[in-house]
Design a protein around this ligand. Structure first.
Ligand SMILES: CCCC/C=C/CC(=O)SCCNC(=O)CCNC(=O)[C@H](O)C(C)(C)COP(=O)(O)OP(=O)(O)OC[C@H]1O[C@@H](n2cnc3c(N)ncnc32)[C@H](O)[C@@H]1OP(=O)(O)O
Length: 391
């Protein structure tokens, strides 16, 4: 086992996301037994290599820390830089063991490995793995009925945060909806949230480093937003709950926005060391005036549904109890209107803006690419993934 590049026999690969999600202090360390010998320690190391399932990043971090403590003693190497996310997490786990004696660390390591029995692994990790797989394939659900194509953010366990894959799925869904038989296209969310915006781990879990991820992220974002600018049919948001970040800014490119009174609208870009996107630096001042747009986009002021309606970002607010029924009844009626008339009217509204919107989108993406690599942004994301901060 080489401590910094440790991998199990097969089946799993640690992601930065998971590594940062679990505080080391919560790790379950097995019940102490008799003092472990060097042989017990080596056997335990071999046992780790044979694990077939991912024991979870909290356990991996703890194993790493105990291994280092048992072999090298207390952590006395320099702390890795902020961009070196994995090694920084490992360093912090090791450093957290303070002056724990080598023998105790060895014992704890052996106890921890023995607690990872194949049967308990199979039941807990197997289940987790299956959930992840299901989520991956259905995080964006597209259905078409009654003249309406519905595109649903369907990742409720993560408040519908948008992964790189989901951006791509949405681009394809919009492409397909633009030529299908439906008259209108609707976005909504599963669960209590409409969408919590960009998945903040999109960049931390980048396999080829932050710079590459930022470059690809900017290209993807530009294409993603262009697909909203270009969408030819009426595009409606059914905002069933809180909306954050890009799920809010995109609303400026929608044709109608219906909100439950449980919805809120939050664009905490400065708090995240980021800047506005989805053309909101242009659409928001136009919709609500520069002073109100500044409060949202620079200061991260969160609006209630009624405030967002008063600012012109939302078309209408409905009580939660009747929201779904009222909105879908109305949308089904709208979907029966002559589709070509709706399409042409939308084209008339949008066509004089298109070149401007493309240009604004391009500039916002260029600026964001640099911001994602800034210390302000990296620190904000690190604080979120290590659970020090939440909006
Ligand atoms: C490539 C294109 C990039 C375009 C850029 C766009 C910019 C933006 O969109 S900026 C906005 C980014 N979003 C956020 O900053 C929201 C972060 N999330 C939160 O502050 C909170 O999670 C919440 C206020 C939305 C909800 O808090 P609550 O206490 O109710 O629930 P949690 O326990 O925090 O969340 C449940 C679960 O979901 C995970 N999660 C929620 N939002 C995100 C997110 N945006 N990215 C990644 N993960 C998210 C949260 O971590 C929890 O996960 P675990 O159960 O595994 O802990």
């Amino acid at each position: 086992m080489t401590a910094l590049t440790w991998r199990p026999a097969r089946c799993w690969c640690p992601s930065l996301l998971q590594i940062f999600r679990f505080p080391v202090a919560q790790v379950h360390v097995g019940r102490p037994t008799m003092r472990a010998s060097q042989q017990d320690f080596e056997n335990a190391m071999n046992q780790v290599k044979l694990l077939k399932e991912d024991p979870g990043n909290q356990v991996k971090l703890k194993l790493y820390a105990l291994y280092k403590q048992a072999t090298d003693g207390p952590c006395n190497v320099p702390k890795p830089g902020v961009f070196d996310l994995v090694n920084k997490a490992k360093w912090e786990a090791w450093n957290a063991l303070g002056s724990l004696p080598k023998e105790t660390a060895r014992q704890n390591y052996v106890d921890l490995v023995s607690s990872l029995s194949p049967s308990s692994q199979a039941s807990s990790q197997g289940k987790h793995g299956a959930d992840e797989k299901t989520q991956e394939s259905k995080n964006i659900v597209v259905t078409s009925e009654d003249g309406i194509t519905k595109i649903v953010f369907n990742r409720p366990a993560k408040k519908n945060a948008i992964t790189f894959q989901m951006y791509q799925d949405i681009i394809l869904a919009l492409k397909s909806a633009s030529t299908d038989n439906s008259a209108i296209t609707v976005f909504t969310g599963t669960g209590d949230y409409y969408c919590s915006g960009n998945d903040l781990t999109n960049f931390t879990s980048a396999p080829n480093g932050m710079e590459e991820a930022a470059r690809k992220g900017a290209v993807l974002l530009r294409e993603f937003v262009n697909s909203f600018i270009d969408f030819p049919k009426p595009l409606v948001a059914v905002v069933n709950g809180p909306a954050v970040g890009i799920s809010v800014t995109l609303l400026g490119l929608f044709d109608a926005v219906y909100a439950s009174d449980t919805a809120t609208f939050h664009t905490p870009f400065s708090q995240l060391g980021q800047t506005s996107e989805a053309c909101s630096s242009y659409t928001f001042p136009k919709i609500m005036g520069p002073a109100k747009a500044t409060e949202m986009l620079l200061f991260g002021k969160k609006l209630t549904a009624r405030e967002a309606w008063a600012q012109g970002l939302v078309s209408e607010v409905f009580p939660e109890s009747t929201f779904e029924k009222e909105v879908w009844t109305r949308l089904k009626a709208y979907a029966k209107l002559p589709p070509n008339s709706m399409r042409i009217s939308k084209e008339l509204i949008r066509k004089n803006e298109k070149e401007k919107l493309y240009a604004v989108n391009a500039e916002e993406c260029t600026i964001l690419q640099a911001k994602w690599l800034s210390e302000e942004c990296v620190n904000a994301i690190m604080n979120f993934v290590s659970r020090k901060s939440k909006l």
